[in-house]
Design a protein around this ligand. Structure first.
Ligand code: FAD
Length: 325
């Protein structure tokens, strides 16, 4: 079985759960073989304190690049450090989570390593010779199977598609590396990252509540936020409302927005256009609230409520508040 390197993504020195999913999947694949599982963690000085956590999820070696210059994400720098670590660790497979950052990095690392790549995978098998990955195509209507036979395989795993599993053996070695800047690292510089602190992203949430044009106005999105909050989930939106300026693009779900795979997706006042469905195909359970019984969203919904979202959602919130109390 090959050696695997997993890139561990962090935001404000906190490891993203999606990276633990990738690490857990790598642990599962290596369970019965002698391959080494390494992880690579890049960030500010404080990030080194997070290295021990990774041993709990199966990493036997944790490579840490902790430097003030690495605090802000840089595609060129991060890709170079990951590729160099993969080479020095003798990794035949490099895993990413298919987050925005993972999708940006994985192809860059694949080019550097002259590796084959499978992106946004929902299933994965791996042996000495090949990786077999499954991924959605044609807006989630079909699943394609990809076989990678290159010497090095780069794979990104769709968030929420693999379980996080803690391992019993927590012994691991942490290797601290010095960061030596190279001219190419400065080709692009990230000046600012705009994100709302503490806000759960739709790609990482177990529950997503999204609103569409049927919510009637920007003000009514307070209902979407309140329902998401009472369920412990994230708020999302269709493109129509993002185009109207009611919500930010970071919440847009669909072909030109984010692809989500939550355990529960609740679509409120969303018609279910094909471009929207492209982003929700791998949701485990879909609930639709729409006043038009013929809305296309009902064709993919597991549960449907025909009615006015502006009346149903407040009742839903009141009931959940009562249950949670
Ligand atoms: P509408 O289609 O207007 O639907 C509103 C729905 O709300 C209707 O079904 C109506 O019955 C219902 N409704 C109205 N009032 C109420 C009420 N009070 N209670 C309950 N239900 C009510 N769209 C995306 O979402 N994501 C994408 O990434 C995306 N990418 C695109 C890419 C391209 C290239 C193109 C051409 C389009 C893309 N679209 C995308 C747009 C897509 O085609 C639809 O226009 C959009 O999804 C419609 O949004 P909507 O369902 O909110 O609005």
């Amino acid at each position: 079985m090959p050696n695997i390197l997993v890139f561990i993504e962090q935001r404000e020195n906190r490891i993203k759960p999606a990276s633990l999913e990738a690490l857990s999947k790598a642990t599962e694949l290596l369970r019965t073989s002698g391959g080494t599982l390494s992880a690579v963690l890049i960030g500010a000085k404080e990030i080194r304190e997070q290295a021990d956590i990774l041993g709990n999820y199966g990493a036997s070696v944790v490579h840490v690049f902790a430097d003030p210059q690495l605090e802000t994400y840089s595609a060129n720098t991060y890709a170079r450090l990951i590729a160099e670590t993969a080479t020095s660790a003798g990794a035949e497979a490099v895993f990413f989570s298919a987050t925005a950052m993972g999708k940006d990095l994985a192809p860059r690392v694949a080019v550097r390593l002259q590796a084959g790549i499978a992106s946004d995978c929902i299933a994965l098998e791996l042996d000495e010779k090949k990786a077999i990955a499954k991924r959605f195509v044609y807006s989630g209507k079909l699943i394609s199977t990809i076989e990678l036979t290159s010497a090095i395989k780069v794979v990104s795993l769709r968030p929420n598609s693999f379980s996080i599993v803690e391992t019993k053996t927590t012994r691991h070695e942490t290797k601290l590396h010095d960061y030596k800047p190279e001219p190419f690292d400065l080709k692009t510089i990230v000046k600012e990252i705009r994100s709302l602190p503490g806000k759960l992203d739709v790609t990482e949430a177990d529950i997503v509540v999204a609103g569409g044009r049927g919510m009637q106005s920007e003000a009514h999105f307070k209902l979407i936020e309140d329902l998401a909050s009472v369920l412990g989930g994230a708020a999302g939106a269709s493109r129509a409302v993002v185009d109207l300026g009611w919500r930010g693009h970071s919440e847009q779900i669909g072909q030109t927005g984010k692809v989500i795979s939550p355990k529960l997706y609740i679509a409120c006042g969303i018609s279910g256009a094909i471009q929207h469905l492209a982003g929700i195909a791998s949701s485990k359970t879909i609930v639709a609230i729409n006043k038009d019984k013929d809305a296309p969203i009902f064709q993919v919904a597991d549960y449907g409520l025909v009615g006015d979202a502006l009346e149903i959602i407040p009742e839903f919130i009141a009931e959940m508040t009562r249950v949670n109390a």
